[in-house]
Design a protein around this ligand. Structure first.
Ligand SMILES: [Zn+2]
Length: 497
């Protein structure tokens, strides 16, 4: 079925979107939320389980204090109020991947409330309000086997893996974000990007969207421009890449505009996002569904973080990514767009590491955004996954500055490092790649070049010194690029004077 859509530009001319984002973050604690099971990704199914996280009768949960600490740090970094007293709640629903058939979560007493995160979009700051940050346990994972789509429909049977059940999960819910107009999809993406970078800087999660440790539900509604009330929102579930966050908002605006134009109404529902087509389809209706029958979790004591501890955690927060970017931009003397290019290429930390290892900011940028970006692109790899370290890049830059390597030789050294032949110094030694500026070693090649081109020699003797470039080129070729070009030119002119 093809949906009727209103082209995005037209839709946002007549309708005003409101977006909201609910982000689930798996915390990187060593053990689970309420038991001592380990949390590593990709282990043999059902190998990281115990009576507590399987919800066996008689087992009792004990709170992992590290998960409380991580959640408070997230709340503080998002400028939230931290509750001095709060309780966990039971959220009752029936899913095969949830062993207890209830989830321990937080309901009306979240740990962190009322904060914000500032994001930069096209040089302007958009403040995204944070409604709440709460802590809960993750569910297990169902695997549907035998169907074409990996979804339950059409599957022959399903398997359940409880390794993920009980891993601490933080949910970060924004306030509704109105007023972004046609920028709504980009703002949604910028928020998730900034949030991911912030969480990474806190060291509380590995924030890998592709592995599901960062998952996003994207709420979108539209209302005719000038309307006093917001429209009915849909919730697109488990969007698992930054690009998809942007596309999901974009598509929902086009789809909802068409429904409203046709005189229909938007149903409040969850929707699935399809990576291949960039579209969403209806999931379950929220109107008939949800009565979670929340009540305070009777097996756990309330959480009452000590105010002094919270202040210690606040004082120990690392520099926020936005502040770090502003500082580095000033230190490196870059324009806003240069800095954006660096961030978008995933090169910020690499360049910073290379500068720390002694390279100039200009050299560090040149190698990472030039030669190395090209190699990463050819290998369809992320820049950070290339088998070369910032310290090695800094060493190559230092060898060029010292005159030991020219750019051409430096590229050969980088090739060899990427091929696993060792560090820059080892490669230079093993391949004998250093620039040759020793006169004795160059003289023979210079004499050969002079002997081979009497016509060029005649022009130089006539005073056309630029013609020496031809002879320099011949010497460079003969020495496989290793000669010191400036010294070669001097030697040629000395010989012919
Ligand atoms: Zn367990």
């Amino acid at each position: 079925m093809t949906e009727t859509l209103v082209p995005f530009a037209e839709a946002t001319e007549r309708y005003e979107p409101v977006i909201g984002l609910e982000t689930h973050v798996e915390l990187g604690t060593r053990t689970k939320m309420f038991c001592g099971c380990t949390t590593g990704f990709g282990a043999e199914p059902n190998s990281q389980v115990c009576p507590v996280c399987l919800g066996l009768p008689g087992s009792l949960p004990v709170i992992n204090v590290k998960s409380i600490e991580y959640t408070i740090r997230i709340g503080l970094a998002l400028n939230c109020q931290i509750a001095s007293w709060c309780r966990f709640a039971r959220k009752n629903y029936f899913y095969p991947d949830m062993p207890k058939d209830f989830q321990i979560s937080q309901y009306d007493e979240p740990l962190c409330t009322d904060g914000y995160l500032d994001v930069e979009v096209d040089g302007e700051t958009v403040r995204i309000g944070i409604e709440r940050v709460h802590l809960e346990e993750d569910t297990g994972k169902s695997l549907h086997v035998g169907g074409a789509t990996g979804r339950i429909h059409g599957a022959e049977y399903s398997l359940v893996d409880y390794n993920r059940a009980g891993i601490p999960l933080v949910e970060i819910v924004t306030k509704p974000v109105p007023g972004t107009g046609a920028g709504a999809p980009v703002v949604a993406r910028a928020y998730v990007t900034e949030l991911r970078d912030l969480l990474r800087s806190l060291g509380v999660s590995d924030v890998r969207m592709e592995e599901g440790s960062l998952r996003c539900d994207v709420n979108t509604s539209i209302a005719p421009r000038g309307a006093t009330a917001w429209g009915t929102r849909t919730e697109t579930k488990n969007v698992n890449s930054l690009r998809s966050v942007e596309r999901a908002v974009y598509f929902e605006i086009e789809r909802q505009a068409a429904v409203l134009d046709a005189g229909g109404r938007i149903v409040q529902e969850t929707r699935h996002f399809h990576e291949d087509s960039g579209t969403t389809t209806s999931g379950r209706s929220k109107e008939e569904a949800q009565d979670y029958r929340y009540f305070p979790e009777p097996d756990l004591v309330p959480v009452a973080p000590d105010a002094e501890w919270v202040e210690q955690l606040r004082a120990a927060l690392p520099e926020a990514p936005s502040a770090r970017r502003a500082r580095l931009r000033a230190e490196w003397d870059l324009s806003e767009s240069d800095m954006t290019a660096l961030s978008n290429a995933g090169a910020l930390d690499l360049v910073a590491g290379t500068v720390t290892a002694g390279a100039s900011p200009a050299d560090a940028r040149k190698w990472w955004l030039g030669e190395l970006a090209r190699r990463a692109n050819e290998a369809a790899q992320e820049l950070k996954d290339l088998p070369i370290t910032p310290a090695q890049v800094a060493r190559v830059a230092a060898l060029v500055t010292a005159g030991t390597l020219n750019d051409k030789l430096a590229r050969q050294v980088i090739d060899a490092v990427l091929a696993g032949e060792g560090g820059p110094d080892e490669v230079v030694k093993a391949r004998n790649l250093a620039v040759v500026s020793d006169d004795a070693a160059l003289t023979a090649a210079v004499d050969d070049a002079i002997a081979a081109s009497p016509d060029v020699v005649a022009r130089i003797r006539d005073g056309k010194l630029n013609a020496a470039g031809v002879l320099v080129g011949a010497v460079m070729k003969a020495t496989r690029g290793q000669a010191d070009a400036a010294r070669v030119r001097e030697l040629i002119l000395e010989r012919l004077s």
